[in-house]
Write a protein that binds this ligand. Structure first.
Ligand SMILES: [Zn+2]
Length: 256
């Protein structure tokens, strides 16, 4: 599971209710700040997250409502020397603008006591841990080099690694989470939507959001998800053997 804290969802200019774009994605001890519009520092304080370990910053694009907050934030990091290094990853044009902001205005050419690393993004894997990955993909917007980010957990990651290994050609993935369920990624997806529904029950009319988990569960179980994949492997002997001992969706935990 990832936690996402929305620090700001506004665009162009802040409003009384909404700060400018910024989110923090958390997983274990890992934290990623995505975009930092003006006012991000106060939003971080208000959220109770604090500044610690906020040393990986991903930038979707270089528009000011997504990057101006970096001026104040980096200035604070540098003044307090809160971390050894900060990584800022983004498209080339966004990074050029951030460099101008930081080195032209905030640091004014001074060499900072904190190392600032700029990572010029391209589509593909940016970060890989034992049980999750972060991937960048291109997005179209009014400025060049825009990126979106995909945070993926264990099961998808295990499967893509398995598939990439030429030794596994023609074999069926039956390790890791795939040992307990034939479709652990779909199980995760369905559980997440039911979770969102339960959370939304605390809001007035939240009950109406029941439509989302019902729709997703239906699509995955009866239409596009599981039936298509199961059909593809219908005549695969190895898969049928694997299917005999592994439940289709809801995991059954076994020791070996
Ligand atoms: Zn924009």
């Amino acid at each position: 599971m990832f936690d996402i804290v929305f620090l700001g969802t506004g665009a162009s200019a802040p409003s009384v209710q909404r700060g400018l774009t910024s989110q923090v994605v958390l997983r274990g001890e890992h934290r990623f700040l995505i975009d930092a519009g003006e006012g991000t520092q106060r939003q971080i304080l208000k959220s109770g997250l604090g500044f610690k370990r906020l040393d990986r910053i991903l930038v979707t694009h270089g528009h000011l409502d997504h990057i101006l907050g970096l001026g104040g934030l980096i200035s604070t990091f540098v003044r307090w020397e809160m971390m050894d290094k900060i990584l800022i990853a983004g498209g080339k044009s966004a990074l050029d603008r951030i460099r101008e902001l930081l080195f032209g205005v905030v640091l004014k050419g001074k060499y900072p006591p904190v190392e600032i690393i700029f990572q010029d993004l391209e589509s593909g894997l940016i970060f890989e841990e034992n049980d999750f990955t972060v991937t960048a993909f291109p997005v179209f917007h009014r400025t060049p080099d825009c990126f979106g980010f995909v945070f993926e957990v264990l099961s998808d990651w295990q499967l893509s690694k398995f598939k990439k290994d030429p030794k596994n050609k023609g074999k069926i993935m039956d390790k890791g989470l795939w040992k307990w369920s034939r479709h652990p990624n779909y199980f995760g997806e369905i559980t997440m939507w039911w979770g969102i529904f339960i959370i939304s029950l605390s809001e007035p009319y939240g009950f109406y959001s029941l439509i989302s988990p019902l729709l997703i569960t239906n699509l995955i179980v009866f239409y596009s998800g599981i039936p298509l994949l199961e059909k593809r492997y219908k005549n695969n002997k190895n898969y049928q053997k694997y299917a005999k001992k592994t439940p289709v969706l809801v995991p059954k935990f076994t020791r070996n």
